[in-house]
Design a protein around this ligand. Sequence first.
Ligand SMILES: Nc1ncnc2c1ncn2[C@@H]1O[C@H](COP(=O)(O)OP(=O)(O)O)[C@@H](O)[C@H]1O
Ligand SMILES: [Mg+2]
Length: 294
Amino acid sequence: MTGGSVDFALEELQSQIRALQQELDETNKGTIALSLELEESREKLARQADELLRANAELESANAELNAFSYSVSHDLRAPLRAVLGFSNVLHEDYGDILGAYGGELLDRIRQAATRMSDLIIDLLRLSRTTTADMRISLVDLSQIANGVVAELQGLEPERSVQVEVQSGLMCEADLHLIRIVLENLIGNAWKFTSGNDTPYIEVSAESGSDACVYCVKDNGAGFDMDYASKLFGPFQRLHTEEEYPGTGIGLATVRAIVRRHGGEVWAHGEIGKGAAFYFTLSPSGSVEAPRND
Ligand SMILES: Nc1ncnc2c1ncn2[C@@H]1O[C@H](COP(=O)(O)OP(=O)(O)O)[C@@H](O)[C@H]1O
Ligand SMILES: [Mg+2]
């Protein structure tokens, strides 16, 4: 190789190195811009997470406040109501004779209304307690609880003959006291709303998904219109008249509060005159589709 051609090759090499250096500089600039962008996104995400945490804490405290408020209102209403009921009873017993037929009827209405209000308050207080009570989770035998609830209902209405099927061995992780309230309400409803059926039937069962179990309380009673299914779980919501089927309309709201505290969901299916089925899970349903009624 001649001296001239060596110089030429050297120059060529140098220019290639310069081009490479330039490319490297460009890439470096790109990387720096990218990492700045990444850092910005990370900071934005952290801010959003902080905001979410704060909003969640605010929501929890507002919820607790609301609950404490509804508890104290319900609690404080009891004393004046006791007075209304007490004095109405005295009026009835000591002055019933001089009130006359119409006066007696009016007094009866006052006593009935006050008694109903007292029932509503007691149920409201119960709902409030279930949403704040400490939870103690343990392995619970749902079948045993369900059979106990049915025996109690039968004891209260021995004249009723209801065919009840409780699937055996329904075990779950739950708070014993709270889950009993769920079954008392669901089986109690099934018992009540089958009272107009000549061959009443109630079934308590479960279906296992791969990672969540769906429990079901089904009956062949009065049923309900599916168009109103979303309303059933709200406090005081009733689709049947007090005369037909007595109640306060707090039961299903209590059921939903308890089920949600366990991380589960509750939903219902019904058809007028054909019966109703109430389903619930006790943990977030992974593979099981939990159709919400709301
Ligand atoms: N098994 C059922 N069959 C038909 N309707 C039902 C059944 N369970 C609940 N419902 C409807 O949902 C309403 C709300 O139920 P719930 O909150 O337990 O109140 P309550 O039993 O005091 O009426 C009931 O009034 C009724 O209209
Ligand atoms: Mg009820």
